[in-house]
Ligand binder design. Structure first.
Ligand code: WTA
Length: 576
């Protein structure tokens, strides 16, 4: 199908009882200041996102409402807002008793569990900045993040704590172990013991709206992962996008499938639903199509937020499987993280009888910026239109706005409430996003059509998006060259029908090493153990030499053309 034909395809509005009734009208009249009135701090002057997301519901008589529905292979539990308040209060007191206070970095490195959420909220209540880590991270990835942020404490589990190299982390004073058994090591403390003696009454640390709240590490194309700092003020965006994009209503049972190691899992798995006083479902364990459908059926999920890779895997699992479950509770389905193919949207219409609403944002933007809304006709394959209060556009490399259908840099007029405030320890990196004033330059390329819908085209840089996870090629290359057999490595994203992209590494070997299947497996394991399973190259190709610039930089662009069988373009800077 040609681009032009694609745009003719329009899926009409299917639901009428939407929080946002008229997008165009809202886009014209909406002001962020109006949202401020909905927070208690607009009257009391006392700010803390954790208060607004949890305690406030208790103070206003909604304490018995379920905040969290959790289940995994061994647990099946629910927590009310009152229980979440008490648990997070206790944990806030635990941290205080350890001398931790406002501005300190506290990391959370554990599988999804109720304790993850109550610790997160507790740390934010005392003004700490929380850094969540994927449980899949191995020692190298954990070390980089804890070192860069100079974290003073980390909450973890017996299974994961061996990946925290305390000897190399002088700033890290406390390793709080949930479910510890037997002897505890250096700097280790038992979570249960600490919680046992902690009071469930806590003096919340009131903060400034501009004070740090969470720190999400994400990948760029060069250098180590970047610590993206978000502040309490982001709650304005989290609340309002929850209303208009997620279309949350008080009685919804909402399920965001993302892990809190990823910004979607914190902002839209915790803050946004809880600020709206809505029950959030969290499922532990790996992706399995039947378990996912079971989760929807069991909890009667009404709003479901997931990612294209998951939808593609559900699509691959077959429509028959789906028919074994009662999914009639579903009212609204959303997707984020990578391009949502028009094909998947059409499949969603067929099997769920629902539109899958794509939306676009980034770790750095702190909240959804471009979206399809239930009240708006949808063009499958498009990311939708800017959120009210957001001006999105396409600019050239000088910052000039481009007309419809011209591809260029996807840019947003800065600032907005949830925009990142810092790249930790790296002001130069931060400035790069704002090099073309007044724009925030996303690093994505896109175009917009004459109706104002945005269409994603790709990354401008080399960042890989595999199954919705951002992987920096540099980080993988650096790990690869630590392997004794690897002389040089270049890493690219190779298009893949299910995962969007997979990681492919081109490797030249050191003297004395021969290519073999065993060596490929060994190198893959090496990256898995050193970084994370999702960062390991699924494909490895050996080459005698890799294309490099005269300054010695590996030209990933050339590797990509090799892979896709495309012309290699300008090679004037190539070494030889
Ligand atoms: C990509 C995710 C196409 C994009 C919340 C962006 C998307 C990066 C979409 C951010 C979408 C996100 N369509 N691509 N709807 N949403 N992306 O920081 O390249 O993990 O820059 O945050 O994912 O990834 P991040």
């Amino acid at each position: 199908m040609t681009e032009q034909a694609k745009e003719q395809e329009l899926i009409p509005v299917l639901t009428t009882n939407n929080n946002l009734q008229d997008y165009e009208e809202a886009y014209k009249n909406f002001k962020w200041e109006d949202v401020e009135k909905e927070f208690s701090w607009s009257k009391t002057g006392k700010v803390n996102i954790a208060y607004e997301a949890v305690d406030r519901h208790v103070d206003e008589g909604r304490g018995d409402k379920i905040a969290l529905l959790f289940n995994d292979a061994t647990r099946d539990e629910s927590y009310t807002f009152a229980q979440m308040k008490a648990l997070s209060n206790k944990f806030g007191n635990v941290l205080r008793s350890l001398g931790i206070s406002k501005g300190d970095r506290v990391f959370i490195f554990m599988p999804r569990s109720p304790e993850l959420y109550s610790s997160y909220v507790g740390a934010v209540k005392i003004g700490a900045i929380v850094g969540p880590l994927f449980e899949a991270f191995m020692e190298g990835a954990v070390k980089d993040r804890l070192q860069d942020s100079e974290a003073v404490a980390i909450v973890t589990t017996p299974q994961l704590k061996s990946r925290i190299p305390v000897a190399e982390l002088p700033a890290l004073k406390h390793v709080i172990v949930v479910g510890a058994e037997g002897e505890l090591g250096e700097r280790e403390l038992s979570y249960e013991k600490l919680m046992e003696s902690a009071s469930d009454e806590l003096q919340i640390q009131w903060v400034d709206r501009e004070d740090g709240m969470q720190l999400h590490y994400t990948s760029g194309s060069t250098g180590k992962p970047k610590g993206v700092l978000h502040v309490h003020n982001a709650m304005i965006q989290h609340l309002q996008t929850g209303k208009w994009v997620l279309d949350l209503k008080p009685d919804d049972i909402y399920w965001c499938t993302a892990d809190p190691g990823w910004v979607t899992g914190t902002v839209y798995g915790m803050w946004s639903p809880w600020l709206n006083g809505v029950t959030s479902v969290v499922r532990g364990g790996r992706f399995l199509p039947e378990n996912w459908y079971k989760t929807i059926e069991k909890y009667k999920v009404t709003v479901w937020y997931s990612a294209p890779t998951s939808f593609r895997m559900l699509m691959a699992a077959g429509d028959e499987l789906m028919k074994q479950f009662d999914l009639s509770s579903l009212r609204h389905i959303l997707s984020v993280g990578e391009p949502l193919n028009a094909e998947v949207v059409r499949w969603g219409m067929k099997v769920y009888g629902k539109r899958i609403h794509d939306n676009w944002w980034m770790t750095e933007t702190g909240g959804q910026l471009i979206s399809n809304y239930p009240c708006m006709p949808m063009k499958p394959g498009s990311m939708g239109k800017p959120f009210p209060g957001i001006y999105a556009t396409i600019v050239d490399n000088q910052g000039n706005e481009l007309p419809p259908y011209q591809m260029g840099n996807l840019a947003i007029r800065a600032p907005w409430p949830s925009i990142m405030r810092q790249i930790w320890n790296n002001p130069a990196k931060y400035e790069e996003y704002f090099r073309l004033q007044p724009w925030y330059i996303s690093g994505d390329s896109a175009y917009k059509d004459e109706d104002g819908y945005f269409w994603f085209q790709g990354r401008v840089d080399d960042v890989i998006n595999t199954a919705g996870e951002r992987v920096g090629p540099f980080e993988v290359e650096s790990k690869l060259v630590e392997h004794p057999a690897v002389a040089e490595a270049g890493v690219i994203g190779k298009p893949d029908p299910v995962r969007g992209e997979i990681i492919k590494a081109f490797i030249s070997l050191r003297e004395g090493y021969q290519p073999s299947d065993e060596l490929i497996k060994e190198i893959q394991e090496f990256v898995k153990k050193g970084l994370a399973a999702h960062a390991a190259p699924r494909e490895i190709e050996f080459r005698d030499k890799l294309p490099k610039t005269r300054s010695g930089k590996i030209m990933r662009r050339v590797l990509k053309s090799w892979e896709l069988g495309l012309p290699t373009g300008d090679l004037s800077t190539l070494e030889d």
